[in-house]
Design a protein around this ligand. Structure first.
Ligand code: AMP
Ligand code: TRP
Length: 335
């Protein structure tokens, strides 16, 4: 079996509308990385059902995430875009990893604690074991690199621990120890309403996030209403540390414009927020509008999207199946 040296796997859940955090923290970086890596981009519907999903909405969102990948600039001819539930090897390897990962490791996962909250007796078992499935997504392709937003760092450390323990337990070097790729000026985009909370699909307030399906007026309105403080824009990077909402808007600007935070500060320091927000709104609209309109166009052509996903599925299975066969042989399962 060939061992790749530069192979990427990353996943996005079809569990709601994609937002600016998904775009700047993950998808925009996928677009850059496709030039240098062999890429597998997965719409992770098995992860999505760890919390309740309306079936009619889920099927639509699965195609919508695919459309967002393509509309953002991922070339479907060059990369493999596919749906997790259509490649059964992920779930099969996840079971094996459930028997490798330790309860103590999973008990430390902060995303589970945040999502389960006080309701931990009543959430699905899948929500708890979610990171072992994520490890399987990555390792079933022997992926060496994983681009994600900052919030997934801990899950990637767990993936590395699982790969290491499997290799040690069975005295093999089958699984690579994958490297996270977390880069750009907006690795953790925060809510527009509260700089201490990350921008997320599940926030009840629509004004907390900019969606990739938002119209230009909505984007402008949301940025205009974004929480800030009474001071003008800061003079240097140090002074934004205690101003999380300000830091967030500046990071979003930097990332959208592909410049550094320092460059944004030197352009706007001392200016009123109304001026900065107007510039940010125009920038966000100019960058997101072409993606939104391409997404809408693609969503009108279901057969095209499904043909991409079918091709992606076949390729994904052709890579995943030999890895699963090898894993089973190592464990001592009958062929
Ligand atoms: P999810 O929507 O949870 O499937 O996330 C898909 C990708 O977007 C992952 O790589 C996340 O780390 C990234 N992501 C989600 N929310 C944010 C955020 N607020 N800021 C930066 N990246 C994010
Ligand atoms: N857990 C990731 C998130 O919520 C999504 C995901 C699933 C993923 N499998 C993955 C990301 C594999 C990277 C690699 O954001």
């Amino acid at each position: 079996m060939e061992k790749p040296t530069k192979r990427i796997l990353s996943g996005v859940q079809p569990s709601g509308d994609l937002h600016l955090g998904n775009y700047l923290g993950a998808i925009k970086n996928f677009v850059t990385l496709q030039k240098e890596y062999e890429c597998f981009f997965c719409v992770v519907d098995l992860h999505a059902i760890t919390v309740w999903q309306d079936p009619k909405v889920l099927v639509n969102k699965t195609r919508e995430v695919t459309a967002a990948f393509i509309a953002s600039g991922i070339d479907p001819k060059k990369n493999n875009i596919f749906v997790q539930s259509q490649v059964p090897q992920h779930a099969q390897l996840a079971w094996i990893f459930n028997c490798v990962a330790r309860m103590g490791w999973l008990n430390r996962m902060t995303q589970f604690k945040d999502k389960a909250g006080k309701n931990s007796e009543n959430v699905s078992v899948g929500l708890f074991s979610y990171p072992t499935l994520m490890a399987a997504d990555i390792l079933i392709y022997l992926a060496t690199h994983v681009p994600v937003g900052d919030d997934q760092k801990q899950h990637l450390e767990l993936t590395r621990d699982i790969a290491q323990k499997f290799n040690n337990d069975f005295n093999t070097e089958l699984f690579p120890i994958p490297e996270p790729l977390i880069f750009g000026e907006a690795t953790r985009v925060m809510s527009l309403r509260d700089g201490s909370k990350k921008m997320s699909k599940s926030d009840p307030s629509d004004y907390s996030r900019i969606m990739l399906t938002d119209k230009a007026e909505d984007i402008s309105q949301k940025i205009k209403k974004a929480k800030t403080d009474a001071e003008p824009l800061p003079q240097n990077k140090e002074s934004i540390k205690e101003r999380p909402e300000v830091e967030n808007l500046i990071s979003i600007y930097a990332s959208l414009q592909d410049i550094s935070i320092d460059q944004v500060i030197s352009e706007f320091s001392g200016k009123e927020f109304s001026v900065f927000k107007k510039n940010l709104a125009d920038l966000a609209v100019s960058k997101l509008e072409p993606i939104t309109s391409e997404m809408n166009k693609l969503m009108d052509d279901r057969s095209y999207i499904d043909s991409i996903l079918n091709k992606g599925k076949d390729k994904a299975i052709s890579v995943a199946e030999p890895v699963l066969t090898k894993t089973k042989e190592i464990i001592g399962f009958l062929p």
